[in-house]
Design a protein around this ligand. Structure first.
Ligand SMILES: [Zn+2]
Length: 277
C-alpha cells in the first residue's frame, strides 16, 4: 500500500499530553505494523493549517533517512514572495514528487493559488489540497475546482477534507462537516471525477472515511465508476491515531484489481513510480 497523506514533525504545539507529534522513525514503525510500504510526507506551511509547522526541509530530511519508504512533497504558503524559486529548487534539486498539503484561508481559485497550480502544471505534478468552508474554499457545485481542472490540465488535483468529501452528495450546502445521511446521487465530485482526467480523491482522514462508509450501497457504485481515481491515505499525524481506512479497504468486497489500484496502482502512476519498477 502507498499512503498518500501523512504528516510528521512539530505540528502540535500543545500541552495536551495525549497529543504527540510523530518522528520519522515512529511513522515507519507504524507503516510496518499496518503493511504500508510507502508514505507521502505532506509539509504544512500555512498558518491556518495546524498550530505548528512541518517544513518541506524536514520532509526531505526524513525522506533521506528512509528513501525506500518515504516520499517528500513540497509545500509553500501561497502568500510567500518569490514562490517560483523555491518551488523549482525543491523539485529539481531535492526530488520532491508533488505539492501539498495545500490548506489555507484563500479561495480555491485565488490568483496566489494559481501560481502554484501553474508550477504543478509545468512539471506534471500531483497536488494534494484540503477543502473546507473557510479553507481553500469553493461554492456549491465546486465551480472554482472545475475551472482550475480545466485551466491546469497537467496538474493532478487530489482532493481531501470535509468540504471536498461533503460534495459527494448532491445536497452539499458547503457547510462541510461529517454528514451521516445517505448520499444523494449527483454530487459534484462524482461528476468531476468522471469528467476530468486530472482529478483524484483521497479516501483519508475522518472525512474520506465517513464519505466512504455513510452509504455502503452508493459507495459500491461510486467505486465501480472511479476505482482508477481513488487514492488510499490516512492523514496519520499523531501517535496512537486510529487508521480505519486500512481495514476498510482490506475488507471491501470488490474485484482485487480495483483494490490494488486504490491501494497503490493509482498512486504509483501519479508519483512516477510505475515506470521505475
Ligand atoms: Zn493533512
Amino acid at each position: 500500500m502507498i499512503d498518500f497523506h501523512v504528516h510528521i514533525g512539530g505540528i502540535s504545539r500543545t500541552r495536551n499530553p495525549a497529543v504527540h507529534d510523530l518522528t520519522a522513525q515512529q511513522l515507519v514503525e507504524r507503516m510496518d505494523r499496518e503493511g504500508i510500504e510507502k508514505s507521502v510526507l505532506l509539509p504544512l506551511e500555512s498558518p491556518e493549517a495546524i498550530t505548528g509547522w512541518f517544513l518541506t526541509e524536514d520532509a526531505i530530511a526524513a525522506r533521506d533517512m528512509y528513501p525506500e519508504r518515504l516520499i517528500a512533497f513540497l509545500s509553500l504558503d501561497p502568500r510567500n514572495m518569490k514562490l517560483e524559486e523555491p518551488f523549482d529548487m525543491f523539485v529539481q534539486d531535492y526530488g520532491c514528487k508533488g505539492f501539498g498539503e495545500l490548506k489555507n484561508g484563500l479561495a480555491f481559485d485565488d490568483e496566489r493559488h494559481q501560481a502554484i497550480y501553474a508550477k504543478c502544471n509545468e512539471y506534471g505534478l500531483p497536488l494534494v489540497f484540503h477543502s473546507d468552508p473557510t479553507l481553500c474554499y469553493d461554492e456549491v457545485g465546486l465551480p472554482a475546482l472545475e475551472s482550475m481542472l480545466r485551466k491546469y490540465e497537467n496538474c493532478f488535483f487530489c482532493g481531501h477534507g470535509p468540504g471536498f468529501w461533503a460534495a459527494i452528495s448532491a445536497d452539499d450546502d458547503r457547510s462541510g462537516g461529517y454528514p451521516k445521511e445517505p448520499i444523494e446521487p449527483g454530487g459534484a465530485i462524482d461528476r468531476l471525477l468522471g469528467e476530468y482526467e486530472n482529478l483524484y480523491a483521497i479516501f483519508d482522514a475522518g472525512s474520506g472515511y465517513n464519505a466512504m462508509t455513510r452509504d455502503p450501497e452508493f459507495t459500491k457504485a461510486f467505486i465501480e465508476r472511479h476505482h482508477a481515481k481513488l487514492l488510499f491515505g490516512t492523514d496519520y499525524l499523531r501517535a496512537f491515531q486510529e487508521l480505519p481506512q486500512v481495514d476498510w479497504l482490506g475488507g471491501l468486497d470488490i474485484p482485487l484489481e480495483w483494490k490494488q489500484e486504490m491501494a497503490r496502482g493509482n498512486a504509483e502512476r501519479l508519483l512516477g513510480l510505475a515506470e521505475q519498477d
